[in-house]
Ligand binder design. Structure first.
Ligand code: FNR
Length: 481
């Protein structure tokens, strides 16, 4: 009886024999029909080559054929006749503009980012903790809701404005904190903040940013305290954390967001596999990538050095080593301590359930940002979308409730508000834009989400954010599973 290995070997031999005889047959036909050397070569390549070469050859033949056909059609038509049939679209000479104008949703921006950015950097943004269950579940949790629109509501006049912590926003969106944003594009934190300000929405600078508290303030001098927020990690070195709080206050950041889900570093498997370091190290792998994505490396290497700007002079470190910043012994006493040091608005960011939410309110916080860090910390942590309704019920109607993790479409923002949130915070949605086209890419992400949110409201039959929040539960229903 033949064993498994013998059977496989027999299959391989049979396939090779079949392929060789197909080539021989095709070559003989080509010769018999007088098709000459080029066609014979093409047939040989087709029957022998790998799939990608075959595709390339097919495409070249198809395009050559199409070009000949087009030439003969054009030759038989007058240019005047053609102009009636086709509208000439102006083509932008600016490559970034051209690239971004072909992106029609956040998924398009993600695709462009993936094409343009070296794999370890793209993975740093796109990846999450462990098996990446939470990141997928976050998006699914927003998509699990269906709209039940109101018909004929007269939605020609639309009011998308809202209030967050006393500031009026034209749309219920904020740009969330992200570490090392300048690694994604040299425009980095400053570019993202400028795009946010242009759209009238707040920008939250991360403790782990590649642009310092003072540097960002200098770059966006006119920004009001309501539009510039700072995100704090209560670091192992408490003096360092207190210093960050003081610097944020001195530089006119109006709101402090304390992230509480990072008492230890998340286990980001993609980063570990890629051996990601901050700043990127020059290894053999990096050199290969320089060749593959020269534009990215040129932009990175011609800009200022990349580091944790809020801890200037820090050593080169791997993502794993950032663990040393974090303190597993952070407790509610630290929140009390921060509250006593910070006179501005204070928010807590994490996957807070109703009990933790009530406790935070007792300690005098001004709001909560429901978040599981985009699935980058505790994999399988509950999706923040599913926390909105129970937490809103626990804290009452007036506490500021924001949500992030999984916002990829204006419809997600509408669902968040209908469930009881005041506004949605963007993470990857704007970072994909940044990677795809710098500041203009963040603008594009904000434009797309705003326009999706507006049309969702109109098609839903609501004319204001206030109405969406008030009647939210009548307007959405869980999808049948
Ligand atoms: C983050 N996030 C984050 N949060 C925070 O409090 N401090 C930080 O320094 C960072 N850094 C960071 C870097 C990158 C690359 C990402 C993608 C995210 C989490 C962020 O603020 C937000 O909670 C999530 O991004 C929301 O999930 P989605 O919408 O991006 O899936």
């Amino acid at each position: 009886m033949l064993g498994e290995v013998d059977l496989q070997a027999a299959d391989v031999a049979a396939e090779a024999a079949a392929s060789a005889s197909a080539t021989a047959l095709a070559t003989a036909w080509a010769r018999d029909w007088g098709l000459g050397l080029p066609v014979t070569t093409a047939i040989v390549v087709m029957t022998r080559a790998g799939t990608s070469v075959r595709c390339l050859l097919f495409r070249s033949i198809y395009y050559t054929w199409a070009a000949f056909r087009a030439r003969s059609i054009v030759a038989t038509m007058k240019v005047r006749d053609m102009r009636k049939l086709v509208q000439l679209r102006p083509v932008s000479l600016n490559a970034t503009e051209r690239r971004l104008s072909s992106c029609f949703d956040i998924a398009d921006l993600r695709r462009v980012a993936k094409r343009r950015i070296p794999r370890p950097v793209f993975d740093y943004v796109d990846g999450a903790a462990d098996e990446e269950i939470a990141v997928k579940a976050n998006e699914a949790a927003f998509r699990a809701w269906r709209f039940q629109p109101r018909a004929l509501a007269g939605v020609g006049t639309l009011d998308t404005t809202t209030q967050v912590l006393g500031s009026a926003l034209p749309v219920p969106l904020l740009l969330g904190p992200a570490g090392y944003t300048r690694m994604m594009h040299p425009d980095g934190e400053i570019g993202a903040a400028r795009a946010a300000l242009r759209h009238g929405v707040p920008y939250i600078l991360s403790t782990m940013a590649a642009t310092g508290i003072e540097e960002l303030r200098g770059a966006v001098g006119g920004a009001s305290p309501g539009s510039l927020w700072f995100q704090l990690y209560v670091t192992r070195d408490r003096e360092q954390a207190h210093d960050l709080v003081k610097r944020a206050a001195d530089n006119g950041y109006g709101t402090l967001v304390v992230t509480v889900d990072t008492v230890v570093a998340g286990n980001r498997v993609r980063d570990l596999r890629n051996g990601l370091t901050i700043p990127p190290s020059l290894t053999l792998g990096t050199v290969v990538q320089v060749g593959a994505k020269p534009g990215y490396w040129w932009r990175l290497l011609s800009g200022p050095a990349l580091d944790y700007a809020n801890f200037a002079g820090g050593p080169r470190t791997t993502i794993r080593q950032t663990a040393e910043f974090f303190d597993p012994d952070v407790t509610w006493a630290d929140i009390e301590d921060v509250r006593s040091r910070w006179a501005g608005k204070l928010l807590i960011k994490g996957p807070l359930g109703p009990a933790d939410a009530r406790r935070a309110v007792e300690l005098g916080v001004d709001g909560l940002l429901l978040s599981n860090h985009g699935g980058r910390q505790l994999d399988r942590a509950v999706a923040p979308a599913d926390l909105i309704a129970p937490v809103r019920e626990a804290v009452g109607p007036s506490l500021t409730l924001l949500v992030d993790s999984g916002i990829r479409h204006g419809a997600d923002v509408a669902v968040a508000l209908a469930l009881g949130a005041d506004a949605a915070v963007l993470g990857r949605a704007y970072l994909y834009g940044l990677m795809a086209g710098g500041t203009a890419g963040v603008d594009r992400a904000l434009d797309l989400l705003t326009s999706q949110f507006r049309s969702t409201m109109q098609l839903l039959g609501v004319t204001s954010v206030a109405e969406l929040r008030k009647r939210g539960r009548e307007l959405i229903t869980r999808a049948a599973s």
